[in-house]
Every structure is written in structure tokens, then in C-alpha cells.
Write a protein that binds this ligand. Sequence first.
Ligand SMILES: *Cc1c(COP(=O)(O)O)cnc(C)c1O
Length: 450
Amino acid sequence: MVSEADTRRRIPGTDRALADPVLALAAERVGRATVKAAVVAAADRARRGEIPPERVIAEAAAALPDRLRPLRRVINATGVVVHTNLGRAPLSPAAIKAVVEAAGYTDVELDLADGRRARRGAAVLAALAAAVPEAEAAHVVNNNAAALSLVATALAAGREIIVSRGELIEIGDGFRLPDLLTATGARLREVGTTNRTTVADYRAAVGPQTGLILKIHPSNYRIEGFVGEASIGELSTLGPPVVADIGSGLLAPDPVLPAEPDAGTALRAGADLITASGDKLLGGPQAGLLLGKAELVERLRRHPLARALRVDKLTLAALAATLSGPPAPVPRSLHDTVAALHQRAAAIVAALPGVELTVAPSESVVGGGGGPGVVLPSVALAAPASFAAPLRLGDPPVVGRVTDGRLLLDLRAVDPAQDAELTAAIARVAGSVTRVAGDGAPAPPGSPTP
Ligand SMILES: *Cc1c(COP(=O)(O)O)cnc(C)c1O
């Protein structure tokens, strides 16, 4: 028999509740008073017997405002389609469904036909290889940096990687490929110059110490003028395995991005292996894709480091659905026409009479994920710059870009299904009570003011 006094003793006091990591972080962000009020309310419920004492902290956390949750959903109106700070590729509805389904028990390492253990994610890897007919086999690791580490370790540790001086790149946030490669115990054998490297430069460097020849796509910059590089085809005649880090993860050529390398073309040209990111232009989950010769892929798969870099079942599920499903949001955004974007922008402006909002031409970019220098004509909503902060702090947060004293909300990376939400967010910020486009529901009142 649990006595009432016993129950009361188990209700945490505010000090103990505020020591909880989630509540402590919340207190830092919104102040102790707000969090304390949530704890007191939850403790009252426990005292009344409505919830068990053990639920008080969770109940208080759940009652806190949405904006305190870690990793919030954001509307990307920056015009940068693959925005690393916003989590790169948004998953397709099919991929999201697959992730949710795989979150429980799943046959990731079991053959349901005979009930025996199976190779992890075998069907997904087969689907990936099948998506690129030029590839004999495929393997997936945590991201492209992991793919490069695995390749460098398995094929060149204690030996040399031949690489052009024009391709020793920094991706962003201080992540430099040469540092990653040498951290594996491989030595870099730099050849050529910043702007020009010939096949003869590579040929002169090939020797018994060569582990592989690496060709890296400069994903986020371009060199113009007096430039020259050796082609994958030329390098493939030199003997050592040629590995191409294509970066963004296009599996086949895309006419919108003519200069962007793709896996199929690189393999057909003679690369033995390609590495790429899953969450850039493919529009899938964060992953490192490895495609190419079966013998090399097998060596990577069997290397002890492969276990440390292996992907979660959720990643495999999202990747499979991205490969088989309708186009993911990233490729769809990249192919949206200006006319379609214009129509959406005009509809939003029309739904917000009296709001200082116009349709404006804009320019989107692919982002750190690829297409350096490629500008995609786009359409934005232009609003006063004073809207920027309240939109960013709203729920859901809307992130645009301030240019020439105006806030531009570029629609290219905004899912059309989010237009109503975006309209409501602008309406709240503008402080006007207006009808939300599409569903006809009035916008919730109580807007933060600029
Ligand atoms: C983005 C990129 C990487 C790093 O890929 P992650 O998936 O972020 O680890 C490596 N190489 C190139 C050429 C890239 O564009």
C-alpha cells in the first residue's frame, strides 16, 4: 500500500527538477522562472494524483514552449537549396515514412525467406548499385568524409595518395580534405600546380609506394582562366586505382547542373571507385556513398574500420526510399520553374492584403553541396528587413536572407506544402489577422512584433 505521504515525497522539488539536463538547458534559454512555473504545475498534478510523481519532470518539459525543443523544423527561405547549417537535404515523404517504419525492429540483418542472418542492408546496397549501371557494387558509410577515410585507410595507409595541388580543398567549417587523408596514415604525394596539373605530372609520381590516385571535385569554388587538369580517363591508364570524390552525389548527369560530376559518368570514364555524399544533390540522408569495382568495394567492406563507420538502419531505410521513390525535395527544388515559383509567390501576396509584401526576382544557389557558380533564377517574397528576426524566432522558424535592406523569402527551397504555414507566419509577424492561403483557416493571433 503506497501512502499519500510516500507519493508526495517522491514528487521532485524545483531544485531537483532544474538539475535535469533538459530543464537546465531550457532555464538557460527562457529563464528559471518560466521553467519553475512548469515544474510547479506538473508537481500540482502529481499531488492531485493525475500523474505519477516520476512523470513530473517529463510533464514539465513537455509543457515548455515548442521553441525550446532541440533540432526544430525550419522553413528554408534562404534560396540555398542544400544548406549545411539547415541540415542539408530534407527527406522526401517516402523516406520519412521509411525511417519511421524502420525505427522499430526491422530485417536489416535477417533474411526473412530462410530466417538466417543476412548481410547488413544487402537489399539497399544492391538497389544503390542498380541505380548506377556502371557500378559493380556499392557500400554506404556515415558520410563522404567517412568514405574517404575508409578508402585512404584501406588502400593507402603507410603509402601514397597522388593528388593534384589544385584539388586540396576545404569543404567548410575548417574541414580540410588533406588533413583528413593524412590522418589515416597515408602520405599525400602532391603533383602539378594550383591551376594546372597534367597527366604527365601524375605519371611521374606513380611508383611502388602509390596506393591510389585521387581526383577531388572542388564542390564549392571554381578556378577560371589559365587552367588544366588530367581527365579520369587519362588517369585510369596509369595503373593504380583511380578514386574520384565527386562530392555532391548526382548518380546520373543533370541538365540543370551541366558542370556537376555524376557517379555514372565518372565510372564510365574509368574511375575504379567514386565517393559522394548522400545528403547533397541526391536529396537523401547523410551518408557516404561508395560505388565501383566489386573487388575494391569488397576490400572496403571487410576492412575493420568499416564497422566504425557503418550506417544506422534509419539511414539505410531513408536511402532506399530516396532511391526508389518520386524525386526528393532537393532535386525537385532544383528543377522548379520560375513560372511555378512566381505563381506561388503571387498567391501568398494576394492572401496577405495590407501586408508590406511584394513578389521579387531572386537568385538561388545549390549551396555548399555542389554547383559552384551556378545561379538558379528564382522568385522571392520581399518584406521589410524588420520581419527577419521575428520570423526566425517564430514557430516554425522561417529563415530568409536580408539583401539591400529588404528581407527576401526565396521560395525555391520552400516545399509548396509549407506555403500555408509560411503565409501564416508572415501574417503573424505583420500583426494582421488574415486568411491563410489554401486551407481558409484564420491565422492564429498573438504575433511577436518586430
Ligand atoms: C561535401 C564534400 C565532402 C564531405 O562530404 P560529407 O558528406 O559532408 O562528409 C567531401 N568531398 C567533397 C568533394 C564534397 O563536396
